[in-house]
Design a protein around this ligand. Structure first.
Ligand code: SF4
Ligand code: SF4
Length: 173
């Protein structure tokens, strides 16, 4: 997530997005050498450790979305991965190669697909809101024995594929 200097193009863009924090772009964030694990844990980040690597799952507990206005509750103390991540739209905005209106449109397009997927998940089956969107969709599409795949499952799969293509083409780096 970008700098939060108020009312700058990057703050407006990231403030309208939050997809690198809320489980849309990533499953988890791996900590780097130099990150203060003790401080992050004290700030409420639930760290897990596997093979000597600390990480935390997304959606991040420090992510805030207040009526579409996104922010990081631990912005000054956020991990290095977060400090160093600029998606394609943010990079383009900062370099001047992508106008703010275009970057905002890309975010809006992705976010509206995310909303559609949330709506479909709500209609299909309960899924764990503390897991990434891709994980939740995969769970919803894994049907128990005897349950037949229906039109909502097809729509969910198609919409998720469309979102993944958009994320790959316009956001991932
Ligand atoms: S995905 Fe890009 S635009 Fe969205 S919050 Fe992250 S850096 Fe900002
Ligand atoms: S610590 Fe802040 S910037 Fe990093 S994933 Fe969480 S909300 Fe986003």
């Amino acid at each position: 997530m970008a700098a939060v200097l108020p009312n700058t193009p990057s703050a407006r863009l990231c403030g309208s997005c939050g997809m690198c924090c809320d489980g849309v772009l990533f499953h988890a964030v791996e900590l780097q050498k130099g990150d203060n694990t003790r401080q992050l844990a004290s700030l409420g980040i639930k760290l897990r450790s596997k093979k000597g690597v600390s990480s935390f799952l997304q959606p991040c507990s420090a992510h805030r979305d207040e009526a579409g206005a996104c922010s990081c509750a631990i912005y000054e103390q956020r991990p290095l991965r977060c400090k160093n991540f600029d998606c394609q739209q943010l990079r383009g905005l900062l370099s001047g190669s992508i106008p703010e209106t275009v970057a905002r449109e890309q975010v809006q397009q992705a976010r509206s697909q995310v909303e559609r997927i949330h709506g479909l998940l709500d209609r299909i089956t309960p899924t764990n809101p503390n897991r990434s969107l891709a994980h939740r969709v995969a769970n919803a599409l894994t049907l128990p024995p005897g349950v037949e795949r229906g039109a909502l499952h097809e729509e969910l799969e198609t919409t998720m594929k469309g979102l993944e293509l958009l994320l790959q083409k316009e956001f991932r780096v």
